[in-house]
Design a protein around this ligand. Structure first.
Ligand code: HEM
Ligand SMILES: *[C@@H]1O[C@H](CO)[C@@H](O)[C@H](O)[C@H]1NC(C)=O
Ligand SMILES: *[C@@H]1O[C@H](CO)[C@@H](O)[C@H](O)[C@H]1NC(C)=O
Length: 334
Protein backbone atom coordinates (compact mmCIF):
# COMPACT_ATOMS: atom_id res chain seq x y z
CA UNK A 1 0.00 0.00 0.00
CA UNK A 2 1.44 3.39 -0.94
CA UNK A 3 1.70 5.90 1.82
CA UNK A 4 -0.92 8.10 0.20
CA UNK A 5 -3.49 5.26 0.11
CA UNK A 6 -2.82 4.36 3.72
CA UNK A 7 -3.08 8.02 4.59
CA UNK A 8 -6.50 8.27 2.94
CA UNK A 9 -7.59 5.01 4.60
CA UNK A 10 -6.61 6.52 7.93
CA UNK A 11 -8.46 9.72 7.10
CA UNK A 12 -11.55 7.71 6.23
CA UNK A 13 -11.34 5.84 9.55
CA UNK A 14 -10.88 9.09 11.39
CA UNK A 15 -13.86 10.71 9.71
CA UNK A 16 -15.98 7.68 10.67
CA UNK A 17 -14.87 8.11 14.27
CA UNK A 18 -15.71 11.80 14.13
CA UNK A 19 -19.11 10.90 12.71
CA UNK A 20 -19.82 8.45 15.54
CA UNK A 21 -18.64 10.99 18.09
CA UNK A 22 -21.02 13.53 16.54
CA UNK A 23 -23.92 11.08 16.78
CA UNK A 24 -23.29 10.74 20.50
CA UNK A 25 -22.75 14.43 21.03
CA UNK A 26 -26.29 15.08 19.81
CA UNK A 27 -27.31 13.81 23.24
CA UNK A 28 -24.30 15.33 25.03
CA UNK A 29 -22.17 12.68 26.80
CA UNK A 30 -21.81 15.18 29.64
CA UNK A 31 -25.49 15.11 30.55
CA UNK A 32 -27.53 12.15 31.77
CA UNK A 33 -31.22 11.27 31.85
CA UNK A 34 -32.18 10.70 35.47
CA UNK A 35 -29.26 12.76 36.78
CA UNK A 36 -31.13 13.64 40.01
CA UNK A 37 -32.51 10.14 40.71
CA UNK A 38 -30.05 9.62 43.55
CA UNK A 39 -29.71 13.01 45.26
CA UNK A 40 -33.02 14.67 44.46
CA UNK A 41 -35.54 12.13 43.20
CA UNK A 42 -38.57 14.47 43.24
CA UNK A 43 -36.82 17.23 41.22
CA UNK A 44 -38.49 16.60 37.87
CA UNK A 45 -41.91 15.99 39.46
CA UNK A 46 -41.67 19.29 41.36
CA UNK A 47 -40.93 21.17 38.13
CA UNK A 48 -43.75 19.36 36.33
CA UNK A 49 -46.23 20.34 39.03
CA UNK A 50 -45.12 23.98 38.95
CA UNK A 51 -45.47 24.08 35.15
CA UNK A 52 -48.87 22.36 35.15
CA UNK A 53 -50.22 24.78 37.75
CA UNK A 54 -48.89 27.81 35.90
CA UNK A 55 -50.17 26.73 32.49
CA UNK A 56 -53.56 25.81 33.96
CA UNK A 57 -53.97 29.38 35.20
CA UNK A 58 -52.37 30.98 32.13
CA UNK A 59 -51.89 28.86 28.97
CA UNK A 60 -49.48 31.50 27.58
CA UNK A 61 -46.87 30.36 30.09
CA UNK A 62 -45.97 27.28 28.02
CA UNK A 63 -44.67 29.49 25.20
CA UNK A 64 -42.73 31.65 27.64
CA UNK A 65 -40.90 28.65 29.11
CA UNK A 66 -40.00 27.11 25.76
CA UNK A 67 -38.63 30.43 24.54
CA UNK A 68 -36.75 30.86 27.84
CA UNK A 69 -34.80 27.63 27.24
CA UNK A 70 -33.88 28.81 23.72
CA UNK A 71 -32.74 32.20 24.99
CA UNK A 72 -30.75 30.60 27.80
CA UNK A 73 -28.96 28.11 25.52
CA UNK A 74 -28.04 30.52 22.70
CA UNK A 75 -26.36 33.00 25.03
CA UNK A 76 -23.37 31.51 26.92
CA UNK A 77 -24.85 28.04 26.67
CA UNK A 78 -27.62 26.48 28.79
CA UNK A 79 -26.27 27.83 32.07
CA UNK A 80 -29.23 29.66 33.58
CA UNK A 81 -27.65 33.01 32.71
CA UNK A 82 -31.00 34.28 31.41
CA UNK A 83 -32.35 34.10 34.99
CA UNK A 84 -29.72 36.29 36.64
CA UNK A 85 -30.80 39.75 37.75
CA UNK A 86 -28.76 42.81 36.87
CA UNK A 87 -26.47 43.36 39.86
CA UNK A 88 -26.69 46.82 41.46
CA UNK A 89 -24.12 49.05 39.77
CA UNK A 90 -23.19 46.28 37.34
CA UNK A 91 -23.81 45.99 33.59
CA UNK A 92 -27.32 45.04 32.45
CA UNK A 93 -28.01 41.29 32.53
CA UNK A 94 -29.45 39.20 29.67
CA UNK A 95 -32.98 39.45 30.99
CA UNK A 96 -32.81 43.23 30.66
CA UNK A 97 -31.88 43.16 26.98
CA UNK A 98 -34.56 44.69 24.75
CA UNK A 99 -34.92 41.20 23.25
CA UNK A 100 -36.05 39.76 26.61
CA UNK A 101 -37.54 42.67 28.52
CA UNK A 102 -40.51 42.87 28.69
CA UNK A 103 -41.43 39.99 26.36
CA UNK A 104 -39.73 37.00 28.00
CA UNK A 105 -41.92 35.52 30.72
CA UNK A 106 -42.42 32.55 33.01
CA UNK A 107 -39.67 33.46 35.50
CA UNK A 108 -42.11 33.00 38.41
CA UNK A 109 -42.60 29.35 37.42
CA UNK A 110 -38.86 28.68 37.65
CA UNK A 111 -38.80 30.50 41.01
CA UNK A 112 -41.69 28.41 42.38
CA UNK A 113 -40.06 25.14 41.31
CA UNK A 114 -36.67 26.22 42.61
CA UNK A 115 -38.08 27.23 46.01
CA UNK A 116 -39.75 23.87 46.49
CA UNK A 117 -36.69 21.98 45.27
CA UNK A 118 -34.37 23.93 47.62
CA UNK A 119 -36.68 23.07 50.53
CA UNK A 120 -36.42 19.38 49.63
CA UNK A 121 -32.82 19.01 48.43
CA UNK A 122 -30.77 22.18 48.95
CA UNK A 123 -28.00 23.14 46.50
CA UNK A 124 -28.47 20.08 44.32
CA UNK A 125 -30.51 21.03 41.27
CA UNK A 126 -29.30 23.73 38.89
CA UNK A 127 -31.48 26.54 37.57
CA UNK A 128 -30.32 25.64 34.04
CA UNK A 129 -31.76 22.12 34.42
CA UNK A 130 -35.01 23.50 35.83
CA UNK A 131 -35.47 25.59 32.64
CA UNK A 132 -34.77 22.53 30.46
CA UNK A 133 -37.31 20.43 32.41
CA UNK A 134 -39.88 23.24 32.29
CA UNK A 135 -39.52 23.61 28.49
CA UNK A 136 -40.03 19.86 28.12
CA UNK A 137 -43.12 19.84 30.36
CA UNK A 138 -44.54 22.77 28.39
CA UNK A 139 -44.21 20.81 25.13
CA UNK A 140 -46.10 17.91 26.68
CA UNK A 141 -48.93 20.13 27.87
CA UNK A 142 -49.16 22.29 24.75
CA UNK A 143 -48.46 19.62 22.15
CA UNK A 144 -48.51 16.14 23.65
CA UNK A 145 -44.82 15.97 22.73
CA UNK A 146 -42.90 13.87 25.23
CA UNK A 147 -39.15 13.46 25.63
CA UNK A 148 -36.57 12.81 28.32
CA UNK A 149 -34.18 15.57 29.30
CA UNK A 150 -30.54 14.68 29.94
CA UNK A 151 -29.49 16.74 32.98
CA UNK A 152 -26.46 17.69 35.03
CA UNK A 153 -26.07 21.27 33.81
CA UNK A 154 -24.50 23.70 36.26
CA UNK A 155 -25.21 27.39 36.57
CA UNK A 156 -23.01 30.14 35.18
CA UNK A 157 -22.14 33.38 36.93
CA UNK A 158 -22.03 35.84 34.04
CA UNK A 159 -25.01 37.43 32.30
CA UNK A 160 -24.59 40.35 29.90
CA UNK A 161 -27.36 42.12 28.03
CA UNK A 162 -24.99 42.99 25.17
CA UNK A 163 -24.45 39.32 24.38
CA UNK A 164 -28.13 38.71 23.69
CA UNK A 165 -28.40 40.58 20.37
CA UNK A 166 -25.01 39.20 19.34
CA UNK A 167 -26.15 35.60 19.77
CA UNK A 168 -29.88 35.34 19.19
CA UNK A 169 -31.31 35.48 15.66
CA UNK A 170 -33.41 38.54 14.80
CA UNK A 171 -36.97 38.38 13.45
CA UNK A 172 -35.88 40.11 10.23
CA UNK A 173 -33.17 37.52 9.42
CA UNK A 174 -33.26 35.77 6.06
CA UNK A 175 -32.69 32.05 5.69
CA UNK A 176 -28.92 32.43 5.18
CA UNK A 177 -28.54 34.47 8.33
CA UNK A 178 -30.65 31.98 10.29
CA UNK A 179 -28.57 29.07 9.03
CA UNK A 180 -25.33 30.81 10.04
CA UNK A 181 -26.72 31.71 13.45
CA UNK A 182 -27.75 28.13 14.23
CA UNK A 183 -24.60 26.69 12.72
CA UNK A 184 -22.55 28.83 15.10
CA UNK A 185 -24.34 26.99 17.92
CA UNK A 186 -23.70 23.58 16.37
CA UNK A 187 -27.26 23.15 15.11
CA UNK A 188 -28.01 22.02 11.56
CA UNK A 189 -30.19 23.68 8.94
CA UNK A 190 -32.72 20.93 9.49
CA UNK A 191 -32.75 21.53 13.23
CA UNK A 192 -33.24 25.25 12.57
CA UNK A 193 -36.36 24.53 10.52
CA UNK A 194 -37.56 21.98 13.10
CA UNK A 195 -37.08 24.30 16.07
CA UNK A 196 -38.74 27.22 14.32
CA UNK A 197 -41.88 25.10 14.76
CA UNK A 198 -41.89 26.34 18.37
CA UNK A 199 -43.55 29.39 16.80
CA UNK A 200 -46.62 27.19 16.63
CA UNK A 201 -47.53 28.67 20.01
CA UNK A 202 -47.17 32.09 21.58
CA UNK A 203 -47.21 35.64 20.36
CA UNK A 204 -45.05 38.36 18.90
CA UNK A 205 -45.32 42.08 19.51
CA UNK A 206 -46.10 44.35 16.55
CA UNK A 207 -42.61 45.82 16.83
CA UNK A 208 -41.23 42.41 15.75
CA UNK A 209 -43.06 42.34 12.41
CA UNK A 210 -44.88 45.61 11.59
CA UNK A 211 -42.08 46.54 9.17
CA UNK A 212 -43.72 43.91 6.93
CA UNK A 213 -47.05 45.76 6.95
CA UNK A 214 -46.12 49.39 6.34
CA UNK A 215 -43.39 50.90 4.17
CA UNK A 216 -41.68 47.52 3.62
CA UNK A 217 -39.40 48.64 0.77
CA UNK A 218 -39.06 51.27 -1.92
CA UNK A 219 -41.15 49.16 -4.31
CA UNK A 220 -43.50 47.38 -1.87
CA UNK A 221 -45.39 49.09 0.95
CA UNK A 222 -46.20 45.56 2.19
CA UNK A 223 -44.02 42.43 2.25
CA UNK A 224 -44.92 40.51 -0.94
CA UNK A 225 -44.19 37.25 0.92
CA UNK A 226 -47.23 37.97 3.12
CA UNK A 227 -50.72 36.75 2.18
CA UNK A 228 -52.68 40.02 1.58
CA UNK A 229 -55.70 38.86 3.61
CA UNK A 230 -53.49 37.89 6.51
CA UNK A 231 -51.68 41.23 6.21
CA UNK A 232 -55.02 43.08 6.30
CA UNK A 233 -55.92 41.17 9.46
CA UNK A 234 -52.57 42.01 11.06
CA UNK A 235 -53.06 45.70 10.27
CA UNK A 236 -56.20 45.65 12.42
CA UNK A 237 -53.97 44.58 15.32
CA UNK A 238 -50.93 46.75 14.59
CA UNK A 239 -51.51 50.40 13.68
CA UNK A 240 -48.91 52.17 11.50
CA UNK A 241 -45.80 52.91 13.60
CA UNK A 242 -46.49 56.65 13.43
CA UNK A 243 -49.95 56.22 15.06
CA UNK A 244 -49.03 53.54 17.57
CA UNK A 245 -47.58 55.81 20.24
CA UNK A 246 -46.13 53.62 22.96
CA UNK A 247 -48.60 50.76 22.62
CA UNK A 248 -47.21 47.53 21.24
CA UNK A 249 -49.96 44.92 20.84
CA UNK A 250 -49.35 41.26 20.08
CA UNK A 251 -50.48 38.79 17.42
CA UNK A 252 -50.45 35.00 17.60
CA UNK A 253 -47.43 33.45 15.90
CA UNK A 254 -49.67 30.63 14.65
CA UNK A 255 -52.85 32.06 13.21
CA UNK A 256 -54.62 28.68 12.98
CA UNK A 257 -53.91 26.83 16.29
CA UNK A 258 -52.26 29.47 18.52
CA UNK A 259 -52.20 27.41 21.75
CA UNK A 260 -51.35 24.03 20.25
CA UNK A 261 -47.72 23.06 19.70
CA UNK A 262 -48.21 21.27 16.40
CA UNK A 263 -47.19 21.29 12.73
CA UNK A 264 -49.85 23.83 11.65
CA UNK A 265 -47.07 26.44 11.77
CA UNK A 266 -45.64 24.84 8.62
CA UNK A 267 -49.06 24.69 6.96
CA UNK A 268 -49.40 28.45 7.62
CA UNK A 269 -46.05 29.07 5.90
CA UNK A 270 -47.31 27.32 2.77
CA UNK A 271 -50.15 29.88 2.68
CA UNK A 272 -47.77 32.78 3.34
CA UNK A 273 -49.12 33.22 6.85
CA UNK A 274 -45.83 33.18 8.71
CA UNK A 275 -45.81 36.11 11.13
CA UNK A 276 -42.10 36.97 11.25
CA UNK A 277 -39.78 37.45 8.28
CA UNK A 278 -37.67 34.69 9.88
CA UNK A 279 -40.67 32.35 9.69
CA UNK A 280 -41.75 33.07 6.12
CA UNK A 281 -38.17 33.00 4.83
CA UNK A 282 -38.08 29.23 5.45
CA UNK A 283 -40.19 28.87 2.31
CA UNK A 284 -37.75 30.93 0.23
CA UNK A 285 -34.88 28.49 -0.15
CA UNK A 286 -35.35 25.05 -1.77
CA UNK A 287 -33.69 23.07 1.01
CA UNK A 288 -35.68 24.63 3.85
CA UNK A 289 -38.91 24.72 1.81
CA UNK A 290 -38.63 20.95 1.39
CA UNK A 291 -38.57 20.57 5.18
CA UNK A 292 -41.49 22.96 5.54
CA UNK A 293 -43.60 20.90 3.13
CA UNK A 294 -42.58 17.66 4.81
CA UNK A 295 -43.33 18.94 8.32
CA UNK A 296 -46.66 20.35 7.14
CA UNK A 297 -47.73 16.86 6.11
CA UNK A 298 -46.06 14.61 8.68
CA UNK A 299 -46.93 16.05 12.08
CA UNK A 300 -45.69 13.17 14.18
CA UNK A 301 -42.38 13.04 12.29
CA UNK A 302 -41.95 16.74 13.04
CA UNK A 303 -42.79 16.18 16.73
CA UNK A 304 -40.09 13.50 16.97
CA UNK A 305 -37.55 15.80 15.29
CA UNK A 306 -38.60 18.63 17.62
CA UNK A 307 -37.93 16.47 20.68
CA UNK A 308 -34.49 15.42 19.41
CA UNK A 309 -33.56 18.98 18.41
CA UNK A 310 -34.61 20.35 21.81
CA UNK A 311 -32.34 17.79 23.51
CA UNK A 312 -29.51 18.83 21.19
CA UNK A 313 -30.17 22.54 21.78
CA UNK A 314 -30.16 21.77 25.52
CA UNK A 315 -26.57 20.58 25.30
CA UNK A 316 -25.10 23.81 23.88
CA UNK A 317 -21.98 24.86 25.81
CA UNK A 318 -23.17 23.29 29.06
CA UNK A 319 -21.19 23.60 32.28
CA UNK A 320 -20.83 20.21 34.00
CA UNK A 321 -18.84 18.43 36.69
CA UNK A 322 -17.06 20.92 38.92
CA UNK A 323 -17.41 23.91 36.61
CA UNK A 324 -20.03 26.52 37.51
CA UNK A 325 -22.22 26.22 40.58
CA UNK A 326 -25.65 25.21 41.82
CA UNK A 327 -27.29 28.53 42.50
CA UNK A 328 -29.38 28.74 45.67
CA UNK A 329 -31.60 31.40 44.14
CA UNK A 330 -31.88 31.56 40.35
CA UNK A 331 -31.79 35.38 40.42
CA UNK A 332 -28.33 35.66 41.98
CA UNK A 333 -24.94 34.00 41.93
CA UNK A 334 -24.10 32.37 45.28
C1 HEM B 1 -35.26 30.76 14.09
C2 HEM B 1 -34.96 31.90 14.68
C3 HEM B 1 -35.88 32.58 15.66
C4 HEM B 1 -36.21 33.88 15.67
C5 HEM B 1 -35.71 34.95 14.71
C6 HEM B 1 -37.14 34.08 16.75
C7 HEM B 1 -37.71 35.31 17.10
C8 HEM B 1 -38.80 35.44 17.92
C9 HEM B 1 -39.50 36.67 18.14
C10 HEM B 1 -39.13 38.01 17.53
C11 HEM B 1 -40.54 36.40 18.96
C12 HEM B 1 -41.59 37.37 19.46
C13 HEM B 1 -41.03 38.24 20.56
C14 HEM B 1 -42.02 39.34 20.84
O1 HEM B 1 -42.21 40.19 19.95
O2 HEM B 1 -42.65 39.34 21.92
C15 HEM B 1 -40.48 35.00 19.28
C16 HEM B 1 -41.37 34.35 20.09
C17 HEM B 1 -41.26 33.02 20.45
N1 HEM B 1 -40.20 32.18 20.14
FE1 HEM B 1 -38.81 32.52 18.74
N2 HEM B 1 -37.35 32.89 17.37
C18 HEM B 1 -36.60 31.94 16.76
C19 HEM B 1 -36.49 30.62 17.12
C20 HEM B 1 -37.11 30.07 18.21
C21 HEM B 1 -36.80 28.79 18.80
C22 HEM B 1 -35.66 27.89 18.33
C23 HEM B 1 -37.65 28.60 19.83
C24 HEM B 1 -37.74 27.45 20.80
C25 HEM B 1 -37.31 26.26 20.55
C26 HEM B 1 -38.53 29.75 19.88
C27 HEM B 1 -39.60 29.90 20.72
C28 HEM B 1 -40.44 30.98 20.73
C29 HEM B 1 -41.72 31.01 21.42
C30 HEM B 1 -42.38 29.86 22.15
C31 HEM B 1 -42.22 32.30 21.25
C32 HEM B 1 -43.53 32.87 21.82
C33 HEM B 1 -43.22 33.51 23.15
C34 HEM B 1 -44.42 34.06 23.88
O3 HEM B 1 -45.56 33.85 23.48
O4 HEM B 1 -44.21 34.72 24.90
N3 HEM B 1 -38.15 30.63 18.91
N4 HEM B 1 -39.39 34.44 18.64
C1 LIG C 1 -29.40 37.63 3.58
O1 LIG C 1 -28.97 38.81 4.22
C2 LIG C 1 -27.59 39.06 4.07
C3 LIG C 1 -27.22 40.26 4.96
O2 LIG C 1 -28.11 41.31 4.77
C4 LIG C 1 -27.25 39.29 2.60
O3 LIG C 1 -25.87 39.54 2.45
C5 LIG C 1 -27.67 38.05 1.81
O4 LIG C 1 -27.48 38.28 0.45
C6 LIG C 1 -29.13 37.69 2.08
N1 LIG C 1 -29.40 36.40 1.49
C7 LIG C 1 -30.50 36.16 0.81
C8 LIG C 1 -30.65 34.76 0.29
O5 LIG C 1 -31.35 37.00 0.62
C1 LIG D 1 -40.48 54.84 4.18
O1 LIG D 1 -39.11 54.42 4.18
C2 LIG D 1 -38.24 55.30 3.49
C3 LIG D 1 -36.84 54.69 3.54
O2 LIG D 1 -36.89 53.37 3.15
C4 LIG D 1 -38.26 56.68 4.17
O3 LIG D 1 -37.44 57.56 3.46
C5 LIG D 1 -39.69 57.19 4.22
O4 LIG D 1 -39.74 58.39 4.97
C6 LIG D 1 -40.62 56.15 4.88
N1 LIG D 1 -41.99 56.62 4.83
C7 LIG D 1 -42.81 56.61 5.87
C8 LIG D 1 -44.21 57.08 5.62
O5 LIG D 1 -42.46 56.22 6.97
Amino acid sequence: MSSSTSKSALLLMLSCLIFIEFEFSLASPLLKVGFYNKYCPPAEAIVRKAVYEAVASNPRTAAGLIRMHFHDCFVRGCDGSVLLDTAPGGPAAEKDSIVNNPSLHGFEVIDAAKAEIEATCPKTVSCADIIAFAARDSALIAGGISYQVPAGRRDGSVSLSDEVIQNLPAPFFNVTQLEENFEAKGLSLDEMVTLSGAHSIGVAHCSSFSNRLYNFSATHPQDPALDPEYAAFLKTTCPPPSNSGTSNPTANLDVSTPFRLDNKYYVNLKYHRGLLTSDQTLLSSPSTAKQVWYNAVYGSAWAAKYAAAMVHMGSIDVLTGKVGEIRRNCHFVN
